[in-house]
Design a protein around this ligand. Structure first.
Ligand code: NAD
Ligand code: ZN
Length: 531
């Protein structure tokens, strides 16, 4: 039998059938059903229209938040049908998206009005022109409703048919990136190429431009083929790049552009990034610039790209002056994280991905840090059962950060922990001696030791981070000579402003802050910690 891992929330405008369908879904999944309106009315001893009339909408939203929050927090499997406006409260929406699977039911304004006329007393429709009121509210809530795990049109669908589709979505393990009209989901899987098949059926592209590298094509090509085979005659072409960071440059981007234009891509094409962070950053950038932007699906094949680069919309490439200096913010339309890809990933690359997970745990997620410490050896050995919850939690943490600061004007900069020194070491090694994640591991330890010296990081944390990274199979130190040789690259780092810089700093367990300090103070403190 299919099982529910977390609550299922049905959202959407009034009269889209949330309660009717919700009851069927709950029965099918053998879990309790809660109609939030009924729940509130029972608790208050008054009907929803009465509460609306006597207390006003604001107070009613508070009641909804109060009622929904414990059900989302305890994460018991159940089906909850929200009121039409419940998701307009940001705190409730964010909690629901993190703790539950949210499915939004949609219908046209005409359909809603004709359904509502059969009912009575819907508080938000008491207006001169119900049709205009519905249209206004739908427009007002469009972005809110778009933030979900799936939107399903109820037009011409029977409740049973809808319930069946909802059950299949609810029993998947997707995560939602809530960014209004640019929201998307990150689908988690283990050996399920059909997730890509379904994604492409939904997106209905005119053609596919697949970007990959030769290692990924050899190791994972069969997965891609299995996903594309059912799509038959959909035109597709493939650009294969040389693996590794040295390819992340303008000339590779040019190659992708040239290829796409020679193939005659149009605005309805979809770029499929099939690979690690190098492929993802290049393909994402190409998608953001081709014809001023075509849609993009990210299929992450390295651990690093699963938890970091494929999610969040940063794209770009390296310049001789430094890493990632040219790029754009451009969100993908879907991300697919299929852990089976890790079965062919070299152990050293796997460890590099774990470094980015440690980084995110250090600045944002104490629970994730504990989980890493508990299971370090299993994770290092590539045990997929152990990796799955860790990968999911790391993606969720990244989603939280990007959701609140998409353009990196504040909190998102925390994800650069270890990257100031790390990037410099990576550049100094000409991107060949250290993998990106390895450089981040060393950078994290050196930066944490430095900020601990400056009294900004609790004294015991650098050793704790170092011990964990070591157990995960990562390098954790560098010589003073190396750091000195790499320092000019810190000076050219894009995050520098005059003589001072903003440095992501660990200020507690699972807590970070971006702190301004002088470059010289950082240099002295880093060098003092090196052998
Ligand atoms: P990568 O893409 O170079 O992949 C690492 C290696 O693994 C390559 O040789 C690749 O061919 C191979 N590979 C990939 N998947 C495989 C598989 N399943 N089986 C066997 N081999 C496989 O590197 P990466 O570590 O994934 O990404 C690093 C890049 O990501 C850096 O350029 C970094 O700047 C970027 N990055 C971007 C962001 C962002 O937000 N955009 C975040 C973090 C890192
Ligand atoms: Zn990184």
């Amino acid at each position: 039998m299919t099982t529910l891992r977390r609550p299922l929330v049905l959202s959407g405008f009034m009269a889209t059938g949330k309660s009717t369908v919700g009851r069927i879904v709950a029965e099918e999944l053998r879990v309790p059903f809660v109609d939030l309106d009924e729940h509130i009315a029972a608790q208050a001893g008054k009907s929803v229209p009465e509460l609306f009339a006597s207390e006003g909408e604001g107070r009613f939203r508070d009641r909804e938040a109060l009622a929904a929050t414990p059900m989302l927090r305890d994460q018991l499997p159940r089906v909850i049908s929200f009121g039409g406006g419940t998701m307009t409260v940001e705190a409730v929406r964010h909690l629901a998206l993190e703790r539950a699977t949210v499915v939004t039911l949609t219908a046209r304004a005409e359909t809603i009005v004709s359904r509502v006329e059969l009912l009575s007393g819907r508080p938000n429709l008491v207006a001169q022109s119900p049709m205009q009121r519905v249209r206004d509210l739908l427009a007002l809530r469009r972005e809110v409703y778009a933030e979900c795990h799936a939107q399903i049109s109820t037009e011409g669908q029977t409740p049973d048919a809808l319930a069946k589709r909802i059950v299949s979505i609810a029993t998947r393990d997707g995560l939602a990136m809530p960014l209004g009209g640019r929201s998307y989901t990150v689908e988690m899987a283990d050996g399920e190429p059909e997730l890509l098949t379904e994604t492409l059926r939904e997106l209905r592209p005119s053609s596919l431009l697949i970007v990959t590298d030769s290692n990924v094509r050899t190791a994972r090509g069969a997965w891609l083929e299995a996903a594309l085979r059912p799509l038959g005659a959909l035109p597709r072409s493939i650009v294969e790049i040389v693996p590794g960071e040295p390819s992340k440059n303008l000339s590779t981007v040019s190659r992708i552009w040239d290829h796409a234009l020679a193939e005659g891509v149009d605005r309805d094409a979809v770029v499929v990034a099939f690979g690690g962070g190098v492929v993802g950053d290049l393909a994402g950038f190409a998608a953001s610039t081709l014809l001023r932007g075509v849609r993009c699906v990210q299929i992450a094949t390295t651990l690093l790209s699963m938890v970091d680069s494929s999610v969040g919309g940063k794209t770009g490439f390296d310049h001789v002056a430094g890493k990632n200096l040219i790029g754009s913010f451009f969100q993908p339309n879907r991300v697919i994280v299929d852990l089976e890809h890790l079965s062919t990933l070299p152990a050293r690359e796997r460890a590099a991905g774990l470094a980015e997970i440690v980084k995110i745990a250090l600045v944002d997620d104490a629970e994730l840090l504990h989980a890493l410490e508990r299971d370090a050896e299993r994770l290092a050995s590539g045990d997929r059962a152990a990796l799955r919850p860790i990968v999911r939690a790391a993606i969720q943490a990244k989603i939280r950060i990007v959701r609140d600061d998409e353009r990196e004007s504040g909190k998102r900069a925390l994800l650069n922990l270890g990257h100031t020194v790390g990037h410099a070491l990576e550049a100094n090694g000409e991107y060949t001696s250290l993998l990106h994640g390895e450089a981040v591991a060393v950078g994290t330890v050196l930066e944490m030791r430095a900020t601990a010296r400056l009294g900004l990081t609790p004294a015991d944390l650098p050793s704790r981070a170092e011990a964990l990274l070591r157990r995960l199979g990562l390098p954790v130190s560098s010589s003073a000579t190396e750091v000195e040789a790499a320092w000019p690259f810190v000076l050219s780092d894009k995050k520098r402003a005059a003589s001072s810089m903003r440095l992501p700093t660990v200020t507690g367990v699972g807590r970070g802050e971006v702190i301004t300090l002088t470059i010289d103070a950082l240099r002295d403190a880093v060098l003092a910690t090196c052998s």
